[in-house]
Design a protein around this ligand. Structure first.
Ligand SMILES: Cc1cc2nc3c(=O)[nH]c(=O)nc-3n(C[C@H](O)[C@H](O)[C@H](O)COP(=O)(O)OP(=O)(O)OC[C@H]3O[C@@H](n4cnc5c(N)ncnc54)[C@H](O)[C@@H]3O)c2cc1C
Length: 271
Protein backbone atom coordinates (compact mmCIF):
# COMPACT_ATOMS: atom_id res chain seq x y z
CA UNK A 1 0.00 0.00 0.00
CA UNK A 2 1.40 3.41 -0.87
CA UNK A 3 0.24 6.86 0.14
CA UNK A 4 1.76 9.97 -1.29
CA UNK A 5 2.78 12.49 1.45
CA UNK A 6 1.90 15.46 -0.77
CA UNK A 7 -1.37 14.18 -2.16
CA UNK A 8 -2.91 16.24 -4.96
CA UNK A 9 -5.68 18.45 -3.59
CA UNK A 10 -8.06 18.41 -6.58
CA UNK A 11 -11.62 17.31 -5.88
CA UNK A 12 -11.30 14.34 -8.21
CA UNK A 13 -8.37 12.91 -6.23
CA UNK A 14 -8.82 10.15 -3.65
CA UNK A 15 -6.09 8.41 -1.66
CA UNK A 16 -7.90 5.10 -2.15
CA UNK A 17 -10.56 4.08 -4.67
CA UNK A 18 -12.41 0.80 -4.18
CA UNK A 19 -14.11 -0.37 -7.36
CA UNK A 20 -17.15 -2.52 -6.56
CA UNK A 21 -19.47 -2.40 -3.57
CA UNK A 22 -20.35 -6.08 -3.17
CA UNK A 23 -19.52 -8.16 -0.10
CA UNK A 24 -15.77 -7.65 -0.52
CA UNK A 25 -15.65 -3.96 -1.54
CA UNK A 26 -18.03 -2.88 1.21
CA UNK A 27 -16.22 -4.82 3.90
CA UNK A 28 -12.95 -3.27 2.70
CA UNK A 29 -14.39 0.28 2.67
CA UNK A 30 -15.82 -0.24 6.15
CA UNK A 31 -12.53 -1.67 7.51
CA UNK A 32 -10.53 1.26 6.12
CA UNK A 33 -13.13 3.80 7.26
CA UNK A 34 -13.13 2.51 10.86
CA UNK A 35 -9.33 2.26 11.07
CA UNK A 36 -7.95 5.12 13.20
CA UNK A 37 -4.59 5.13 11.35
CA UNK A 38 -6.33 5.58 8.00
CA UNK A 39 -8.87 8.22 9.11
CA UNK A 40 -6.99 10.97 7.25
CA UNK A 41 -7.23 9.11 3.94
CA UNK A 42 -9.87 10.19 1.46
CA UNK A 43 -11.60 7.05 0.23
CA UNK A 44 -14.07 6.51 -2.61
CA UNK A 45 -16.31 3.46 -2.97
CA UNK A 46 -17.59 3.13 -6.53
CA UNK A 47 -20.61 0.89 -7.11
CA UNK A 48 -22.59 0.55 -10.31
CA UNK A 49 -25.73 -0.66 -8.50
CA UNK A 50 -28.00 1.13 -6.04
CA UNK A 51 -27.24 0.42 -2.36
CA UNK A 52 -30.04 0.14 0.20
CA UNK A 53 -30.30 0.51 3.96
CA UNK A 54 -30.89 -2.54 6.13
CA UNK A 55 -34.44 -1.65 7.22
CA UNK A 56 -36.83 -4.40 8.27
CA UNK A 57 -36.80 -7.86 6.69
CA UNK A 58 -39.36 -8.46 3.94
CA UNK A 59 -41.57 -11.57 4.23
CA UNK A 60 -39.72 -13.30 1.42
CA UNK A 61 -36.11 -14.35 1.81
CA UNK A 62 -33.61 -13.33 -0.84
CA UNK A 63 -32.37 -16.39 -2.71
CA UNK A 64 -28.75 -15.18 -2.51
CA UNK A 65 -27.49 -16.18 0.92
CA UNK A 66 -24.08 -17.03 2.39
CA UNK A 67 -22.88 -19.41 5.07
CA UNK A 68 -20.91 -17.16 7.42
CA UNK A 69 -18.13 -18.90 9.36
CA UNK A 70 -17.04 -18.00 12.93
CA UNK A 71 -13.98 -16.17 11.51
CA UNK A 72 -16.23 -13.99 9.33
CA UNK A 73 -18.51 -13.38 12.31
CA UNK A 74 -15.52 -12.07 14.26
CA UNK A 75 -14.84 -9.65 11.37
CA UNK A 76 -18.53 -8.63 11.26
CA UNK A 77 -18.38 -7.88 15.01
CA UNK A 78 -15.32 -5.66 14.49
CA UNK A 79 -17.10 -3.84 11.69
CA UNK A 80 -20.16 -3.33 13.91
CA UNK A 81 -22.64 -5.15 11.68
CA UNK A 82 -23.17 -8.42 13.55
CA UNK A 83 -25.69 -7.08 16.09
CA UNK A 84 -27.59 -5.38 13.27
CA UNK A 85 -27.72 -8.62 11.27
CA UNK A 86 -28.82 -10.64 14.31
CA UNK A 87 -31.65 -8.16 14.86
CA UNK A 88 -32.58 -8.37 11.18
CA UNK A 89 -32.57 -12.15 10.68
CA UNK A 90 -29.93 -14.88 10.64
CA UNK A 91 -30.15 -18.61 11.09
CA UNK A 92 -27.67 -20.79 12.94
CA UNK A 93 -26.22 -24.02 11.56
CA UNK A 94 -25.50 -26.58 14.28
CA UNK A 95 -24.38 -29.43 12.00
CA UNK A 96 -23.31 -29.93 8.42
CA UNK A 97 -23.98 -33.26 6.68
CA UNK A 98 -22.25 -34.18 3.42
CA UNK A 99 -23.66 -37.18 1.55
CA UNK A 100 -23.23 -38.84 -1.81
CA UNK A 101 -26.05 -40.19 -3.91
CA UNK A 102 -25.07 -43.85 -4.09
CA UNK A 103 -24.72 -44.91 -0.46
CA UNK A 104 -26.00 -44.23 3.03
CA UNK A 105 -22.56 -42.96 4.12
CA UNK A 106 -22.29 -39.41 5.27
CA UNK A 107 -19.77 -37.06 6.84
CA UNK A 108 -20.98 -35.04 9.78
CA UNK A 109 -19.20 -31.80 10.62
CA UNK A 110 -19.77 -30.70 14.18
CA UNK A 111 -18.99 -27.47 15.99
CA UNK A 112 -15.34 -26.94 16.90
CA UNK A 113 -16.34 -25.14 20.11
CA UNK A 114 -19.54 -25.82 21.92
CA UNK A 115 -20.15 -22.07 22.19
CA UNK A 116 -19.67 -21.39 18.46
CA UNK A 117 -22.08 -22.41 15.69
CA UNK A 118 -20.62 -24.01 12.55
CA UNK A 119 -21.96 -21.10 10.56
CA UNK A 120 -24.83 -18.66 10.25
CA UNK A 121 -26.87 -18.28 7.10
CA UNK A 122 -27.32 -14.63 6.20
CA UNK A 123 -28.80 -12.95 3.14
CA UNK A 124 -26.12 -11.26 1.01
CA UNK A 125 -28.25 -8.12 0.60
CA UNK A 126 -28.50 -7.76 4.37
CA UNK A 127 -24.72 -7.96 4.80
CA UNK A 128 -24.13 -5.38 2.07
CA UNK A 129 -26.85 -3.01 3.33
CA UNK A 130 -25.61 -3.13 6.92
CA UNK A 131 -22.06 -2.37 5.75
CA UNK A 132 -23.38 0.61 3.77
CA UNK A 133 -25.19 1.83 6.90
CA UNK A 134 -22.03 1.66 9.02
CA UNK A 135 -20.00 3.44 6.32
CA UNK A 136 -22.61 6.22 6.12
CA UNK A 137 -22.92 6.57 9.89
CA UNK A 138 -19.34 6.12 11.09
CA UNK A 139 -16.86 6.49 8.22
CA UNK A 140 -16.69 10.21 7.48
CA UNK A 141 -13.66 9.79 5.20
CA UNK A 142 -15.42 7.33 2.86
CA UNK A 143 -17.56 8.66 0.02
CA UNK A 144 -20.00 6.23 -1.58
CA UNK A 145 -20.71 6.91 -5.23
CA UNK A 146 -23.57 4.61 -6.18
CA UNK A 147 -24.99 4.08 -9.64
CA UNK A 148 -21.52 4.85 -10.93
CA UNK A 149 -19.44 2.46 -13.03
CA UNK A 150 -15.77 2.49 -13.78
CA UNK A 151 -15.36 2.35 -17.56
CA UNK A 152 -11.61 1.83 -17.53
CA UNK A 153 -8.49 2.64 -15.58
CA UNK A 154 -4.89 3.32 -16.46
CA UNK A 155 -2.50 1.69 -14.03
CA UNK A 156 1.04 2.88 -13.57
CA UNK A 157 4.21 0.92 -13.06
CA UNK A 158 5.78 3.36 -10.58
CA UNK A 159 4.60 3.79 -7.00
CA UNK A 160 4.74 7.60 -7.19
CA UNK A 161 2.46 7.90 -10.23
CA UNK A 162 -1.29 8.17 -9.85
CA UNK A 163 -3.81 5.72 -11.26
CA UNK A 164 -6.49 7.37 -13.39
CA UNK A 165 -10.02 6.05 -13.74
CA UNK A 166 -12.66 6.98 -16.29
CA UNK A 167 -16.25 6.52 -15.22
CA UNK A 168 -19.23 5.64 -17.41
CA UNK A 169 -20.32 9.32 -17.40
CA UNK A 170 -16.85 10.17 -18.81
CA UNK A 171 -15.74 11.96 -15.61
CA UNK A 172 -12.29 11.07 -14.34
CA UNK A 173 -10.75 10.31 -10.96
CA UNK A 174 -7.18 9.94 -9.79
CA UNK A 175 -5.92 7.86 -6.92
CA UNK A 176 -2.78 6.60 -5.20
CA UNK A 177 -4.29 3.18 -4.59
CA UNK A 178 -6.96 1.30 -6.51
CA UNK A 179 -8.61 -1.76 -4.99
CA UNK A 180 -10.37 -4.08 -7.43
CA UNK A 181 -13.45 -5.58 -5.77
CA UNK A 182 -15.48 -5.61 -8.95
CA UNK A 183 -16.39 -9.26 -9.03
CA UNK A 184 -15.89 -12.18 -11.32
CA UNK A 185 -15.37 -10.16 -14.53
CA UNK A 186 -13.19 -7.55 -12.85
CA UNK A 187 -12.09 -4.69 -15.12
CA UNK A 188 -9.36 -3.80 -12.62
CA UNK A 189 -7.94 -7.32 -12.94
CA UNK A 190 -8.18 -7.03 -16.73
CA UNK A 191 -6.22 -3.73 -16.70
CA UNK A 192 -3.61 -5.30 -14.40
CA UNK A 193 -3.10 -8.10 -16.90
CA UNK A 194 -3.13 -10.65 -14.08
CA UNK A 195 -2.68 -14.16 -15.34
CA UNK A 196 -5.27 -16.58 -14.05
CA UNK A 197 -6.51 -20.03 -14.85
CA UNK A 198 -10.19 -20.70 -15.35
CA UNK A 199 -12.34 -23.20 -17.16
CA UNK A 200 -15.97 -23.83 -17.88
CA UNK A 201 -17.44 -26.59 -15.72
CA UNK A 202 -20.48 -26.72 -18.04
CA UNK A 203 -22.58 -26.40 -14.91
CA UNK A 204 -25.22 -24.02 -13.59
CA UNK A 205 -26.29 -23.25 -10.04
CA UNK A 206 -30.02 -23.00 -9.47
CA UNK A 207 -31.00 -20.95 -6.40
CA UNK A 208 -34.38 -20.97 -4.68
CA UNK A 209 -36.09 -20.58 -1.32
CA UNK A 210 -37.95 -23.73 -0.26
CA UNK A 211 -40.78 -24.14 2.20
CA UNK A 212 -39.85 -27.30 4.04
CA UNK A 213 -41.69 -29.78 6.19
CA UNK A 214 -39.73 -31.16 9.13
CA UNK A 215 -40.59 -32.16 12.69
CA UNK A 216 -37.07 -31.62 14.00
CA UNK A 217 -35.33 -28.26 14.42
CA UNK A 218 -34.23 -26.90 11.03
CA UNK A 219 -30.61 -26.15 11.93
CA UNK A 220 -28.71 -28.65 9.77
CA UNK A 221 -27.02 -27.70 6.49
CA UNK A 222 -27.07 -30.52 3.92
CA UNK A 223 -24.93 -31.06 0.90
CA UNK A 224 -25.60 -34.03 -1.32
CA UNK A 225 -23.24 -34.87 -4.17
CA UNK A 226 -25.09 -36.24 -7.20
CA UNK A 227 -23.43 -37.41 -10.44
CA UNK A 228 -24.33 -33.99 -11.95
CA UNK A 229 -23.11 -31.79 -9.08
CA UNK A 230 -23.81 -30.92 -5.43
CA UNK A 231 -27.17 -29.90 -3.99
CA UNK A 232 -26.95 -27.67 -0.92
CA UNK A 233 -29.78 -26.97 1.47
CA UNK A 234 -29.18 -24.23 4.04
CA UNK A 235 -31.58 -23.54 6.92
CA UNK A 236 -33.17 -20.07 6.94
CA UNK A 237 -35.84 -20.59 9.61
CA UNK A 238 -38.00 -23.43 10.93
CA UNK A 239 -40.13 -23.09 7.81
CA UNK A 240 -37.68 -22.18 5.05
CA UNK A 241 -34.37 -23.35 3.60
CA UNK A 242 -32.22 -21.95 0.83
CA UNK A 243 -31.38 -24.22 -2.09
CA UNK A 244 -28.33 -24.17 -4.36
CA UNK A 245 -28.71 -26.96 -6.91
CA UNK A 246 -25.65 -27.36 -9.11
CA UNK A 247 -26.12 -29.45 -12.20
CA UNK A 248 -25.32 -29.56 -15.91
CA UNK A 249 -26.45 -26.57 -17.97
CA UNK A 250 -28.88 -28.75 -19.91
CA UNK A 251 -30.39 -30.26 -16.77
CA UNK A 252 -30.67 -26.85 -15.06
CA UNK A 253 -32.64 -25.50 -18.02
CA UNK A 254 -34.91 -28.55 -17.91
CA UNK A 255 -35.46 -28.12 -14.15
CA UNK A 256 -36.27 -24.44 -14.56
CA UNK A 257 -38.97 -25.28 -17.09
CA UNK A 258 -40.72 -27.78 -14.77
CA UNK A 259 -43.97 -26.94 -12.96
CA UNK A 260 -43.27 -26.34 -9.21
CA UNK A 261 -44.74 -29.72 -8.09
CA UNK A 262 -42.54 -31.69 -10.47
CA UNK A 263 -39.51 -29.64 -9.49
CA UNK A 264 -40.12 -30.52 -5.84
CA UNK A 265 -40.60 -34.21 -6.72
CA UNK A 266 -37.24 -34.27 -8.50
CA UNK A 267 -35.56 -32.53 -5.62
CA UNK A 268 -37.07 -34.92 -3.07
CA UNK A 269 -35.71 -37.78 -5.14
CA UNK A 270 -32.18 -36.69 -4.23
CA UNK A 271 -32.78 -35.56 -0.63
C1 LIG B 1 -24.89 -19.69 -5.46
C2 LIG B 1 -23.71 -19.13 -4.67
C3 LIG B 1 -23.60 -19.43 -3.31
C4 LIG B 1 -22.51 -18.93 -2.58
N1 LIG B 1 -22.44 -19.22 -1.25
C5 LIG B 1 -21.42 -18.71 -0.51
C6 LIG B 1 -21.34 -19.00 0.89
O1 LIG B 1 -22.18 -19.72 1.44
N2 LIG B 1 -20.33 -18.45 1.61
C7 LIG B 1 -19.39 -17.65 0.99
O2 LIG B 1 -18.48 -17.17 1.68
N3 LIG B 1 -19.43 -17.38 -0.35
C8 LIG B 1 -20.43 -17.89 -1.10
N4 LIG B 1 -20.48 -17.64 -2.44
C9 LIG B 1 -19.43 -16.83 -3.04
C10 LIG B 1 -19.68 -15.35 -2.76
O3 LIG B 1 -21.01 -15.01 -3.08
C11 LIG B 1 -18.72 -14.52 -3.61
O4 LIG B 1 -17.40 -14.91 -3.34
C12 LIG B 1 -18.85 -13.04 -3.26
O5 LIG B 1 -20.16 -12.60 -3.50
C13 LIG B 1 -17.89 -12.24 -4.07
O6 LIG B 1 -18.05 -10.91 -3.65
P1 LIG B 1 -17.36 -9.72 -4.41
O7 LIG B 1 -17.67 -8.48 -3.62
O8 LIG B 1 -15.94 -10.05 -4.68
O9 LIG B 1 -18.03 -9.69 -5.84
P2 LIG B 1 -19.53 -9.38 -6.26
O10 LIG B 1 -20.51 -9.84 -5.26
O11 LIG B 1 -19.66 -9.85 -7.66
O12 LIG B 1 -19.58 -7.79 -6.24
C14 LIG B 1 -18.95 -7.02 -7.22
C15 LIG B 1 -19.60 -5.64 -7.18
O13 LIG B 1 -18.88 -4.79 -8.05
C16 LIG B 1 -19.79 -4.01 -8.80
N5 LIG B 1 -19.09 -3.70 -10.04
C17 LIG B 1 -18.69 -4.57 -11.00
N6 LIG B 1 -18.05 -3.91 -11.98
C18 LIG B 1 -18.05 -2.59 -11.62
C19 LIG B 1 -17.55 -1.41 -12.23
N7 LIG B 1 -16.90 -1.45 -13.41
N8 LIG B 1 -17.75 -0.21 -11.61
C20 LIG B 1 -18.40 -0.16 -10.40
N9 LIG B 1 -18.89 -1.25 -9.78
C21 LIG B 1 -18.72 -2.45 -10.39
C22 LIG B 1 -21.02 -4.90 -8.97
O14 LIG B 1 -22.20 -4.13 -9.18
C23 LIG B 1 -21.05 -5.66 -7.65
O15 LIG B 1 -21.85 -5.01 -6.68
C24 LIG B 1 -21.52 -18.13 -3.21
C25 LIG B 1 -21.64 -17.82 -4.57
C26 LIG B 1 -22.71 -18.32 -5.30
C27 LIG B 1 -22.82 -17.99 -6.78
Amino acid sequence: MKFSSSAPSSSNFYDIVIVGGGLVGNAMACSIGLNETLKSQKVLLLESGKPKSLGTPPNEYSNRVSAISPASIRLFKKLGIWDRLKQYRTSSVTDLYVLDSCSRSRIRFERLNSNEEIAYIVENDAIISSLYDVIRERCGNVTIRAGSSMKNCVLTAGLTDLVSLTLADESSIETSLIIGADGQKSKVREEMGVEYTGWNYEQMGLVATLRINTDSANTIAWQRFTPFGPIALLPLSQEYSSLVWTTTVEDAKRLLALPPDQFVDELNHYL
